[in-house]
Write a new protein. Structure first.
Length: 405
């Protein structure tokens, strides 16, 4: 740059662009003399319409026509009275974006406030049922000390609750309500069982007391009378003992939940043997038909108890002259009688101990635990049981699972 006044500025601009390449974009160049006169300026400077760029200080900031320029002043070492000014052009919108205008800020603020209010509202809708459930659980925990039964879940929580719902909270509420119902039913049943147990024992105990009083009043009774009294006392005492033992055994089975002492049993053979033994007491009333002899894996005592209880229950609660049919076909055991059927109230509580209904008041055979044993055994081994009853009789089916190979 010996004499800058003689330089072809267009050619110089082209040379700078070729040398810097992409780095030239956004930059401008100006050369000034000692008086500040422009000796050379790039085409970008002309578009900025900046006529006077100070040579001091070293860094200069300039705003013009919505543009921002950052300029570096450099002294040319070969020519002392020349100053090279190199600048970087930045659009003003980058430094102060227009979308941060007051209107934009007001709009964004309004949206945030409305979103916050909406979130509070939706949160209250979600939290309210949970808070209501928490209060309910706290209340029943406090009431459990004074009230034996648990109140049901409030209807407002149960309005849409279902065990099959996709909503986890609704499934929780429905499950809690089912659990409370089961606990309450078990409590009612336990009280009922205790009452029925006491009722079962009341009659033999009353007979024992009468026999003891008779013994005390008849000191001069004959040996025959004494023997008769002792026999009556022994019979009633045995009945009490059998009832208690049978109930305790059933309760142990009901609460065990474990299959123990499993063996291979032939259902057809077991049914034939039991029918032969029961035939001694009931004669030809009991008819046994065995078409197949499937293998059943179970505790032999449980399987025999199941068949015996179903059969004796049918024999005891049907007319003394009507037959009872026991049939083994495929992997199904069926027992059919031709009595008056099972009443609705008894059927609803089938499997509960001492559930005899009106018929049991006049016919006190057994301990009232027959079908309770049956239901508990079927529940233990997961054997489906079906009961079909009408005025013309009752048929009970027990279906055994397929044999494992």
């Amino acid at each position: 740059m010996g004499d800058l006044r003689k330089i072809n500025f267009d050619q110089a601009d082209r040379i700078i662009s070729e040398e810097l390449g992409q780095n030239r974009i956004g930059k401008f160049f100006v050369i000034r003399n000692e008086k500040g006169q422009v000796l050379y300026q790039s085409s970008t400077t002309l578009r900025l319409l900046i006529n006077d760029i100070p040579k001091e200080p070293q860094w200069v900031d300039i705003y013009s026509k919505g543009k921002y320029a950052r300029v570096l002043n450099l002294r040319l070492p070969s020519i002392n009275d020349r100053t090279l000014q190199v600048g970087l052009i930045v659009d003003e919108n980058i430094l102060t974006p227009r979308y941060f205008s007051m209107a934009t800020l007001l709009l964004v603020g309004s949206v945030l406030i409305l979103g916050f209010i909406g979130t509070l509202f939706l949160t209250s809708l979600v939290i309210r049922p949970m808070a209501q459930l928490e209060r309910f659980v706290t209340e029943i925990a406090d009431q459990s000390k004074s009230q034996p039964q648990i109140p049901s879940v409030p209807q407002s929580l149960l309005a849409t609750a279902s065990p099959k719902s996709r909503d986890e909270f609704e499934r929780t509420v429905a499950g809690l309500n089912l659990l409370i119902d089961k606990v309450n039913r078990n409590y009612r049943f336990s009280r009922l069982w205790a009452y029925q147990m006491a009722h079962e024992l009341k009659t033999p105990l009353a007979i024992l007391n009468l026999e003891i009083e008779r013994l005390q009043k008849t000191n001069s009774s004959s040996h025959l009378d004494l023997n008769s009294n002792f026999e009556a006392v022994t019979a009633e005492s045995t009945k009490i003992s059998e009832t208690i033992n049978s109930f305790l055994s059933w309760a142990e089975l009901e609460n065990s939940g474990q299959q123990k002492h499993l063996f291979v049993n032939k259902l057809g053979s077991v049914s034939r043997n039991l029918a032969a033994r029961l035939g001694v007491a009931f004669g030809e009333r009991l008819q046994c038909e065995v078409e197949t002899d499937p293998t059943i894996i179970a505790n032999p005592h449980h399987l025999e108890q199941l068949i015996t209880n179903l059969t004796t229950n049918a024999l005891n609660y049907s007319d003394a002259t009507s037959p009872v049919l026991m049939r083994v076909k495929d992997r199904t055991l069926s027992v059919q009688d031709f009595g008056k059927g099972i009443s609705k109230d008894v059927l609803e509580r089938i499997g509960e101990p001492f559930n005899r209904g009106d018929l049991g008041a006049s016919n006190r055979k057994g301990h009232g635990l027959g079908l309770a044993w049956v239901k508990s055994i079927c529940r233990l081994y997961d054997w489906p049981i079906e009961i079909a009853t009408s005025d013309h009789g009752t048929t009970i089916l027990v279906k055994f699972p397929p044999e494992e190979t």
